[in-house]
Write a protein that binds this ligand. Structure first.
Ligand code: GAP
Length: 447
């Protein structure tokens, strides 16, 4: 098979996601809702793993970052102060013939990419989604669905400072849903109107901001590499001055080489003291840090690594996807057999261990069930029991959903109390005492 036909494409990813239960089209039985997606049983496990990996490394393993969960709907004055009401917009153009709308910076001429019609003059389109609180739909009760989680950290800056007695530098992290009325949502879960962000606001002394910016760019780049993204598919791209957000002094994107080209995976911004100053001014509450050493009030600068769960999950799936020919008649892979495999990092895989009795014979079931029960009871990793179909087909299925290890209970196990552990990537097999399975798998999974 030639290289082109085995290359990863969005069609292959979307189809695998639906077939295996990672991601389904939203409201499908009603014809769907444009660019809304629902996560299935494997998708939610993987999302959880992505969030946990980020939280573990950004919050729990550090002593200078704490967590927060703010409400999605905030006082509308927040968005006035943050500049989102006035400045969070994209240039929109509309076709005079088919009325399709596009982001002006996504089209190359004044002609409609769909029908060739003339495009209207571009106008600014605010991306915030509105809703109404209370029974009467009047303007007084209009609120916005947050377009970023970041503002929750800024408005709670003093609360966190007072309740934790932190010193600079320190960070506040949050994971949660954000909403944007994107003009052109596209590319599956890459750009949607409802998505989940993982953001951290790291408050530093003015003057040390550039150094911390560099630190977080490096830290976040290395994080992706540590979680299995291939180096050749990852790059850092500093923003040009004309593409900086209204709050940013400098931003670098970590970009991933998606099937359609390089695109932003995460942005790491130096937000300067913009947000704390704006909220101080608009709320009348001084959002400052009192420095004991100099007896001065300081408005900290903020370094912000901002990423998205959905986009990250897509990058991990795309990067892990392989169609390969496996040699040897090992581990259920006959000579020259083709397989699709997700080489996901073990901590991200939705099912981390597959438990397979070699056959459905009554003699094997009790031992296999007991091994399954004890692995699940440990609660350290996800395990799935599968006794349907031939062993080869079951291996293929676990390969396709990225399961790093399969444990097979066979007739020999009844005699020697051992099971075979098969490695997804190397296809090597090892006999392991059933009593030691949990511990040995934990070590190999790194959980
Ligand atoms: N607080 C800064 C901020 O929100 P951003 O670059 O607009 O910056 C940060 O968003 C990250 O959130 C992006 O890198 C992306 O991973 C994710 N994201 C933003 N808009 C998204 C959308 N419409 N769909 C999916 N993910 C999105």
């Amino acid at each position: 098979m030639d290289e082109a036909s085995t290359a990863v494409t969005m069609e292959k990813i979307v189809s695998l996601c639906k077939r295996r239960g990672f991601v389904y089209p939203g409201s499908e039985i009603y014809g769907g809702l444009a660019n809304a997606w629902d996560y299935g049983p494997l998708g939610v496990e993987m999302r959880r793993n992505v969030r946990d990996a980020w939280w573990r490394d950004t919050v729990r393993k550090r002593d200078d970052v704490v967590g927060l969960e703010a409400a999605i709907m905030m006082n509308p004055k927040v968005w006035e102060a943050s500049g989102h009401l006035a400045g969070f917009s994209d240039p929109l153009v509309e076709c005079t013939r088919c009325h399709e709308r596009f982001r002006a910076d996504h089209v190359e001429s004044d002609r409609c990419p769909e029908c060739g019609g003339q495009l209207m003059e571009s106008r600014q389109f605010n991306l915030m989604l509105k809703t109404f609180l209370g029974a009467v739909e009047d303007t007084a009760s209009t609120v916005f669905m947050r377009p970023e989680t970041a503002q929750g950290m800024f408005v709670n800056f003093l609360n966190v400072l007072n309740s934790t007695r932190r010193k600079l530098p320190f960070g506040i992290a949050q994971i949660g849903k954000s909403f944007r009325n994107e003009i052109t949502p596209r590319n599956f879960i890459f750009r949607t109107r409802e998505f989940e962000q993982m953001e951290m606001e790291f408050f530093v002394r003015p003057g040390s901001d550039e150094e911390w910016h560099e630190y977080w760019i490096r830290e976040r780049y290395d994080w992706y590499i540590r979680h299995g993204i291939r180096e050749e598919n990852l790059r850092i791209r500093p923003h040009d001055a004309d593409e900086l957000s209204h709050y940013s002094k400098a931003t670098s994107d970590i970009e991933y080489l998606f099937p359609w080209g390089w695109a932003e995976l995460e942005g790491i911004a130096n937000r300067s003291d913009f947000d704390l100053r704006q909220h101080s001014e608009h709320s009348g509450t001084r959002l400052v840090f009192f420095d004991d050493e100099s007896s001065e009030h300081i408005t900290p600068f903020v370094i912000e690594p901002a990423s998205g769960v959905d986009r990250m999950l897509l990058a991990f799936l795309v990067d892990a996807y392989r169609e390969e020919t496996v040699g040897g008649d090992d581990a259920g892979a006959g000579k020259g057999e083709r397989r699709t495999v997700l080489r996901l990092h073990p901590t991200l895989a939705p099912v981390q261990v597959g438990l397979l009795p070699l056959s459905r014979k009554d003699t094997l079931t009790p031992l296999a069930r007991e091994a399954y029960r004890s692995l699940r009871a440990a609660g350290r990793f996800t395990v799935e029991y599968d006794d349907a179909q031939s062993i080869g087909r079951r291996y293929r299925r676990f390969d396709e959903i990225g399961t790093p290890f399969c444990v097979t209970i066979d007739f020999q196990s009844l005699e020697d109390g051992q099971a075979t552990v098969r490695d997804r990537d190397t296809l090597t097999q090892e006999r392991v005492p059933i009593a030691e399975l949990s511990e040995r798998l934990q070590a190999r999974l790194g959980v």
